[in-house]
Design a protein around this ligand. Structure first.
Ligand SMILES: Cc1cc2nc3c(=O)[nH]c(=O)nc-3n(C[C@H](O)[C@H](O)[C@H](O)COP(=O)(O)O)c2cc1C
Length: 209
């Protein structure tokens, strides 16, 4: 039986098991969810939350998952180089990603570090692959999060595509995870598992939910 037979948008995920009997199933399921989420904007893991730390406080925001590479354990995000999170990441590269999908009853948490890319080959590659609509927001006339009196003065219709260099403001965040935690909620018994790569080797264990 599949979990998502009622939801066409989730048909890609219909292969997920009803029961998790082996640790390896939790890894495969999590990786499959993330791979599909990077391509399918209808899945909830397409917009996970990313948390960063400035040495004093934690902040969390929704981000679009642009790419998931299970072999290198990488997750790619795009953002504005002028945004607050960049200042935080320059101070401390540690970050965490979280997502929960009630359709799947699965929560996934990642812990790791972020490499910032700005004005380099990685950013060029991602910029070229981005849709025009996605590129547009990097032409906004000031750092995101700046206090303003009138938001209409910063609508897309005001963007200066001639004199602003959107690419200069474009930044790629490459998150590499050291651990991944999987939680599956089920009435008959929740299943929680941790997968860790801190030693270079993959280690995993069940956890008390
Ligand atoms: C559905 C959704 C998708 C978003 N995707 C992104 C994104 O891909 N990149 C990004 O920088 N901000 C994205 N945002 C906005 C962020 O949540 C956040 O407000 C912004 O990046 C500023 O964060 P900061 O001030 O902590 O740097 C998204 C917000 C929502 C609601």
């Amino acid at each position: 039986m599949t979990q998502n037979k009622h939801n066409d948008k989730y048909s890609d995920l219909s292969h997920l098991p009803e029961e998790y009997l082996e640790l390896d199933q939790t890894l495969k399921a999590a990786f499959s969810i993330l791979e599909i989420a990077s391509k399918n904007r209808h899945t909830l893991f397409h917009t996970p939350t990313l948390s960063t730390f400035d040495g004093n406080r934690v902040s969390t925001r929704t981000m679009v998952l642009r790419e998931f590479d299970p072999d290198k354990r990488l997750i790619r995000f795009h953002t504005d180089f002028r945004s607050v999170k960049i200042e935080q990441l320059k101070k401390d590269s540690h970050a965490a990603i979280h997502g929960y999908d009630p359709n799947l009853k699965i929560q996934i948490r990642f812990d790791g570090k972020i490499n910032l890319h700005h004005n380099d080959e990685v950013t060029k590659g991602s910029w070229e692959l981005s849709k025009e609509m996605s590129k547009e927001c990097y032409f906004v006339g000031g750092p995101p999060g700046t206090r303003i009196n009138d938001p209409s003065g910063f609508d897309p219709s005001t963007f200066d595509f001639e004199s602003t260099n959107g690419f200069e403001n474009f930044c790629v965040l490459v998150f590499q995870f050291e651990s991944m935690e999987f939680l599956y909620l089920k009435k008959s018994g929740h299943r929680r598992a941790i997968h860790n790569w801190t030693t270079g080797e993959h280690q995993s264990s069940w956890l008390i939910p």
